[in-house]
Design a protein around this ligand. Sequence first.
Ligand SMILES: [Zn+2]
Length: 471
Amino acid sequence: MILALLAVLSMVTEVAALPFLFTRFRPQINWTQPRMERWVIEEQPRSIEPHLDLVNHPNRTHSAATSGDGSDAEFLQRLVSIRHNQTSKSRMLWYDVGSGDGLVYPPFVDKALKLLNLKQVAFEIENSVMSKVTCTACRAGSGMLQHQIQSGKTDAELIRMISDYCTNLNIQSARVCQGVAQLFGSELIYVIKRVNLSPDELCSFIIGDGCGDVYNPYHEWEVIFPPVPKPPRLADLPIPLEAAPFFKVLHISDTHYDPHYAEGSNADCNEPLCCRLSSGRPATPNAAAGKWGDYRKCDTPKRTVDHMLEHIAETHKDIDYILWTGDLPPHDVWNQTKEENLAIIKETVKQMVEKFPGIPIFPALGNHESAPVNSFPPPYVNQVDISISWLYDELDIQWRRWLPQSVTHTVRRGAFYSVLVRPGFRIISLNMNYCNNKNWWLLLNSTDPATELQWFITSCRVQSSPMRRFM
Ligand SMILES: [Zn+2]
């Protein structure tokens, strides 16, 4: 469960350019300040309450986490049945936990840990392969966490426990385990305490296809289509001529600039991100981090980002506009802070303004912009210490260099927006983190977070006509 949170999922806005709709060759971006949308988001139906009621849904096929007597024996039996139900036999080994680590677990925890091949799990998560092994680990891990919560452990005890399991089972280095437990623990415990889902339902949601297709009525929802006629299908439009006008578009994504990258540092460390002074000394000359970057577990040095942007700006002086789809911070997901992430966003925005003066830039949000990574609470999570407004409010300020004031209400609400670039040409930028199954807030309620999909449908249907298309 905790491990699953380390997985990286890059979300990129899907684009489809339709330059043939324009009549002049190389049309200039003719920036028009969009008029205020007719859409008033506050007036739209929205789901604001998470499903916190501990009432079993009549259509559920799986028992809730709260079923059973909650005893150690009952919990262990559930784990055994999880193990027997999974099918990946050859890779599912009984893992020998080294003894003498000085930690005293309850006896049932020792038995439970032996059900899992945790090394395999760690490998799969770092490599974004989610198989049955990770699924089983997720079910056992979330079962264990729920069990400990039910037995009255405090948040501090739970966080310590997560950290100890991770360290003693050698899943990551001690400081990564500690950092992950501290950073992700309190939010995760907050959510797990409030959901009424069984481990099967939780893990089917988080891991997806690799973890069965468990029916979960709590995540069933509908959207409303406005009563306007459908625009004609794209297939009905003529194929563009070879000499048709076009835009030159630059798409930049996932720069993951690491301010702490150090040439010559260890590129082959045992942590999710290397090539920093803190990664230790390289064991061999070959293990040393390169000048311009490294293909091992490293992010991008500043000089490489600078050089790349300079090269693009010099070589392509005729860029019409830029699509910039985020993932700016580095992958040190165990020790990120909100302040550091904001500093990286501000610095990179400044850099883009300097390198591409006067060129319109249309940004979108990546999953790494939040701290902790993948954590994007929907608007109903409004406690000051957990709300996501620390990020969206700053994005609104930073993105305003390129976007009109009319988008402020949707950017501050959910980091999505729609702008009219020129008559007949609109760009819609979506925040796909509300479709990210690693965003644990969706476990509370995944029904159209921030009303984004409903807004998107209405934006498309109300504003579209045969001559209006979207990116
Ligand atoms: Zn990325």
